[in-house]
Design a protein around this ligand. Structure first.
Ligand SMILES: *Cc1c(COP(=O)(O)O)cnc(C)c1O
Length: 499
C-alpha cells in the first residue's frame, strides 16, 4: 500500500516515508492511494479482541511496510496496561438509550490527543529506522496548550528522540503551563517565549526550515520531525477507536453487525472526524458523520453550502481547542471526494491562501453532503448543555464534548433520526474547571487556583479528579525559562548539546 500527495498525484511513498516526512515536499498532505476495505467478518473478529488487538488489526491494513513484530512493538508500547486509566483505553459510557459517549481522554494528559500521540513516537522511530538510517529525531512543537503536553508525554524517554516545546508565556492557562513545566523525562525540554502563539509557531517553522540548523543536525546524525496533526502518523491511530466503539456496541447487544450508526465529533482541525470518515470508507457501517463546531463555525457553513471562507471574525470560546478557522485536514477530504483530483485541491488551497476562500463544485459537494452534517453552538448553549445533561443523566462532560452533544440534540430535533449514535468526548471536564463549574451552577467558586477549582468540582459532582491532573500538585517545576523569539534557535541547539 502506498501514499500519495493531495497536491501531486505522481508522488508515491510508503507509510514509513509519509510518517517520517510529515508533509509532502510541494506542501500537500499524504493520503492513502486506496482506502483498504474490510468485511463483516473482519468486524466480528475485531469485536473479540481488546483495544490493543483491534489497533493491530486496523493499523496493519495501512502500515503494510511495517512487519508484524514492528506493529506489535508500537501498539503494545502505546496502549499497554497502566498508560490509560481505563482498561478499555477508549470506553463507551451510555448517556441514554441509543446514545453513547466515546471517552477518548483516559490517557496521561486527559485529552484525546493522547490517543494518537502515545503511538506516534513508536511509529516515527520505527519509520525513521527504515527511511532515515536511525537518525536521532528532534521534535519541535509550538503549542497553545494541549498538543505540547500530549507530545511531551508521548515522546518522554522514547529512545532516539528529543522533544522541545515552545509556548507563549501569556497564552496558555495556568493549569496547562503547570502540566508542561512539571514534565518528567530525560529527553524533554519546555520553554516559554515572549509573544503570542503565532510568534511561537512562526519561529518554530523558521527553525524547522533553516538550512544552517538542519546542516548542524545532520552533522550530528539528527533530523527534525513534526508531531502536528497533519502527520499521517497522528491520523491513523484515530481510525481505530471508531471501529472499537462499533465493536463495543456489538458486544453490548445494542446493535447487530451491519447496523448503521451515527458519529458526532467536536471538530477543530478536522483530524478526528476525518478519521471517522476513513473508518466509514473502509466499510464501517455509518449513516452520518456529524461535525460539531463552536462559534468559529467555518465548517458548519462549508458543510451547508460548499463555500469555505476563513475571512471572518475569530472568537475565543470556552472550547479553545476548537478555536480554529483553517481546518488543515479538510484538504484530505477534498482530495477523496473530488475523485483524487490534485489540481482541484491545489486550486482550493491557493484560493484559501490568496483570497481567503474557495467553493467546491457540485459533484464534490454532493458527496460531502452524503456523509456529513454540520452544526454549531455558542458558549451559552455549551454551558447550558453541561448543566442539563449533568442534571438529567448524571453525566459530567467538558466544554468540547458539550458542543458535540448540543449539535447532536439539535440534529435530532431537526431530523428525527433515531440511528444509534456515538458522540466523541475529547477531554476530561477537570481540564476546563472554570466553565464547567459555572455550568453546574457554581460560578462563585471560580478563582485563580486551578487545583482548588478541581477540588470544588470534584466535591460538588462526586466525580474523581483524574490522577494525572491531581498529581501535578506535588510535582516540582523543572522548566521556567522565558526567552525572546530571537533566542529560540539557541535554545534548540543548547538542548541538543551542539554548537
Ligand atoms: C484538538 C482537540 C479537538 C479538535 O480535534 P481536531 O482533530 O483538531 O478536529 C477537540 N477537543 C479537544 C479537547 C482537543 O484537544
Amino acid at each position: 500500500m502506498f501514499y500519495t500527495s493531495t497536491r501531486d498525484k505522481s508522488v508515491k511513498v510508503t507509510a514509513a516515508e509519509a510518517i517520517t516526512n510529515g508533509i509532502s515536499a510541494e506542501g500537500g498532505l499524504f493520503v492513502p492511494c486506496e482506502i483498504p476495505q474490510v468485511s463483516k467478518d473482519f468486524i466480528i473478529n475485531l469485536a473479540k479482541l481488546d483495544y490493543i488487538g483491534r489497533a493491530k488489526e486496523v493499523l496493519s491494513l495501512y502500515l503494510t511496510d511495517f512487519t508484524e513484530e514492528e506493529i506489535d512493538y508500537c501498539v503494545n508500547g502505546a496502549y499497554k496496561a497502566g498508560k490509560f486509566s481505563s482498561e478499555a483505553v477508549a470506553p463507551l459510557s451510555e448517556l441514554k438509550e441509543g446514545v453513547d459517549i466515546l471517552e477518548l481522554w483516559h490517557g496521561p494528559t486527559c485529552a484525546f490527543k493522547d490517543m494518537a500521540l502515545q503511538l506516534l513516537p513508536y511509529l516515527l522511530t520505527t519509520s525513521a529506522k527504515k527511511t532515515a538510517d536511525g537518525k536521532q529525531i528532534v521534535i519541535l512543537v509550538a503549542t497553545s496548550g494541549d498538543t505540547g503536553k500530549a507530545a511531551l508525554e508521548g515522546f518522554k524517554d522514547v529512545p532516539s528522540t528529543n522533544v522541545l516545546v515552545f509556548y507563549p508565556n501569556d497564552g496558555v492557562s495556568a493549569m496547562q503551563k503547570l502540566q508542561m513545566c512539571t514534565q518528567e523525562g530525560g529527553n524533554v525540554r519546555v520553554c516559554a517565549i515572549k509573544g503570542n502563539f503565532d510568534d511561537a509557531q512562526t519561529s518554530v517553522k523558521q527553525i524547522f526550515t533553516s538550512d544552517e540548523i538542519k546542516a548542524k543536525l545532520a552533522q550530528n546524525n539528527m533530523m527534525f520531525s513534526s508531531a502536528n496533526s497533519i502527520n499521517w502518523g497522528r491520523l491513523v491511530p484515530q481510525i481505530v477507536y471508531y471501529f472499537s466503539a462499533y465493536c463495543d456496541l456489538l458486544n453490548q447487544n445494542k446493535i447487530t453487525c451491519g447496523d448503521k450508526i451515527n458519529i458526532v465529533v467536536p471538530t477543530g482541525n478536522f483530524g478526528n472526524i476525518l478519521a471517522a470518515y476513513y473508518a466509514k470508507e473502509m466499510g464501517l457501517p455509518v449513516r452520518k458523520l456529524i461535525c460539531a463546531s463552536n462559534a468559529n463555525n467555518v465548517l458548519t457553513e462549508f458543510l451547508g453550502s460548499g463555500f469555505y471562507n476563513k475571512e471572518r471574525d475569530f472568537y475565543t470560546t470556552v472550547s479553545p481547542s476548537m478555536d480554529i478557522l483553517v481546518s488543515s485536514n479538510l484538504e484530505r477530504l477534498l482530495f477523496h471526494v473530488s475523485g483524487d483530483d490534485d489540481e482541484f485541491v491545489k486550486d482550493c488551497m491557493e484560493g484559501l491562501s490568496e483570497d481567503g476562500h474557495y467553493t467546491v463544485d457540485k459533484s464534490a459537494f454532493e458527496r460531502i453532503r452524503g456523509c456529513f452534517e454540520g452544526g454549531y453552538c455558542d458558549d451559552e448553549a455549551t454551558k447550558r448543555t453541561i448543566g442539563n445533561i449533568y442534571k438529567k443523566y448524571n453525566y459530567l462532560c467538558d466544554t468540547h464534548t458539550a458542543v458535540a452533544v448540543t449539535v447532536y440534540f439539535d440534529y435530532i430535533e431537526r431530523t428525527g433520526d433515531d440511528t444509534p449514535t456515538v458522540i466523541a468526548s475529547t477531554a476530561s471536564p477537570f481540564k476546563f474547571s472554570p466553565a464547567v463549574l459555572e455550568a453546574v451552577g457554581n460560578a462563585s467558586l471560580i478563582g485563580d487556583d486551578g487545583f482548588k477549582m478541581m477540588d470544588s468540582l470534584s466535591e460538588i459532582t462526586s466525580c474523581e479528579i483524574p490522577a494525572p491532573l491531581a498529581a501535578i500538585k506535588s510535582k516540582p517545576v523543572r522548566f521556567n525559562q522565558v526567552v525572546d523569539r530571537e533566542e529560540m534557535s539557541k535554545v534548540v541547539l543548547d538542548m541538543l548539546g551542539i554548537e
